[in-house]
Write a protein that binds this ligand. Sequence first.
Ligand SMILES: [Zn+2]
Length: 399
Amino acid sequence: MIKISYPIDPIELQKFKQDYIDIFFKYVQYRDAVEDTYKIKSKLNNLGIPSIDIKILLVEDFSTLCEKEEKIDYLKLSSAYFTKYPEKDLKVEDYCTKYKSKVLKALNYEGRQAQISNFFMQNNDKLQLGTCYTCNIDFINMFDDIGDYQNSVEFCNEADAIELQKIEKIDEVQASKIIKIRNISLLTSISQLSSVLTAEEIDFLNNMTLKQQYKHFTLDHFLDKGSNPILSLSLFNFVPMCYPCNSLFKRTLPIVVDKKKDCYLSPTHKDYMFDANVSFSYINHNPTSKIDNVEDFQLKLAYKDDAYKIHSRIFKLDGRYKAHKEIVLDLHNNSIDYSETQIKEFAKMSKNNTIENRSNIKKVIFGKEIFDGEVQKIPLTKLKRDIAKQIGIDGVKET
Ligand SMILES: [Zn+2]
């Protein structure tokens, strides 16, 4: 439903990709596994058979990945592949089998889920994670498990022993030392703990560095790793999704049947344009009067490109959005109660009839997210914007 925002600045994008490569290559076992593939790679290249550069494969853009996957489908070792090389000796098949096993070992997803999830969490700001890219209904944010404190001093003065231990390097002993000191006199600076804590422990407290963060999302392989094993670690094959979308609805159902033709249906693809091709609309038989009940109108998804229907079918968008018809009802009724003329009147009454003030009044009435901000930040924004456009509310932000 929503295209994933990757860094636009080329230098920032390059760093983003390099950081992703590094989460694997910082481990010597991983470097060795990749090194193993290189030994056979040169033999394949000498025989004129395409091979894979694993580093590139990890960060290749999605459309190239889809094309590449086809070219190197000999990894699936279909017997038909070898008929393309009738002039070569039997060693070809032998090299390919060995190469496949080494490549798949280097690209094995099992045991690496946590590292990849952490990468997405650490790049929260760059990716602007907010709501699920697939449904725009549920949040896919991260959260920590401590209360809301203004700063580290307030945290050290008020947190109980269990909460204190959520900070890196702080265990039961350090927590009781902190409590003992603050019981004598409340802290005004973390450095007052320097007699009982190490510099490192104080540093973690100062920065409120937590041992663990939690996430509200799962990572989905857009092209499933069972049928496309060489894409199982590719950055641009991952879509962060809410739990219902990934676990209840998608599971391993394929959205893309023909990789060459349909790969633009991935929110990671540069040409993904669900928003421009699919819109919510409601059918109301008397648009000038207020609606009493959600049963009195229908909410539909309209398609300019029918290929996107697969999203709605798999993620049950029609049924899930039907549960949010109340929002449409409120927008419709508010647009009748508060016309542009009435909004001008409000602005005049407040003795501030500027465009800015009129726009602020509209934000209060209809919801700020209709006019401002990224569509993925607040749940159901796509629905609200589409309906607001249909009603004819001025100033709706293009998503
Ligand atoms: Zn979702």
